[in-house]
Design a protein around this ligand. Structure first.
Ligand code: SF4
Length: 185
């Protein structure tokens, strides 16, 4: 096992081989495999394999860069400083696809502990996973002036994302973000 895999949490990108995760898992306090495979619609091993495919990571990096540019062109303003990341309190949910989960896994550590119905990356009103946050986090603004472009832009980009699953031969899931981060505890 690579030296970098000897402490928890394990960063997918630094594991020497996918199989190293199995050896590394008992070091942590929670068995990632058991949790993820009972709560996610696809086995964690499939998501980890996806995270290790360079073409998947490149395609998602380009997708986010284009989407970010298009969203920035709308000039929307964030009013609530992270309130929308407190899902239970704000009264909405965030859904993510397999490719978004794969990119998230490929580009950082597993999430911090989940202690409430709030994204564990939301700390002091700021997102601490900004570069790898899902598409829904990038496109959602409660600014009323965003309402006219947000829906059409989301629908178009989500259709693009779905087509990318087909062209990259990636099994498509659309799952609640909190289910994903809880499965990775
Ligand atoms: S990833 Fe960032 S923007 Fe998205 S819900 Fe979590 S803290 Fe909020």
């Amino acid at each position: 096992m690579a030296e970098t895999c000897r402490s928890w949490p394990h960063f997918v990108a630094v594991l020497g081989r996918l199989g190293d995760l199995d050896t590394a898992l008992p070091i942590g306090s929670v068995d990632f495999r058991t949790h993820s495979e009972t709560s996610l619609p696809v086995p964690s091993s499939v998501l980890l394999e996806l995270a290790r495919r360079p073409e998947v990571v490149t395609a998602m990096r380009e997708f986010y860069a284009e989407a970010d540019r298009e969203i920035a062109d709308q000039g929307a303003t964030c009013w609530n400083k992270g309130e929308c990341c407190r899902f239970g309190q704000f009264g909405h949910r965030l859904y993510v696809t397999s490719l978004e989960i794969a990119y998230y896994l490929a580009t950082g550590n597993f999430p911090p502990p989940v202690t409430s119905d709030t994204c564990p990356h939301a700390i002091d009103g700021k997102c601490h996973a900004r570069e790898r946050r899902p598409f829904g986090c990038r496109v959602f603004y409660c600014d009323p002036s965003a309402q006219h472009w947000q829906g059409p832009l989301s629908e178009r980009r989500l259709a693009q994302l779905k087509a990318m699953h087909e062209s990259l031969r990636v099994p498509y899931v659309y799952v609640d973000w909190m289910t994903v981060v809880k499965a990775m505890q």
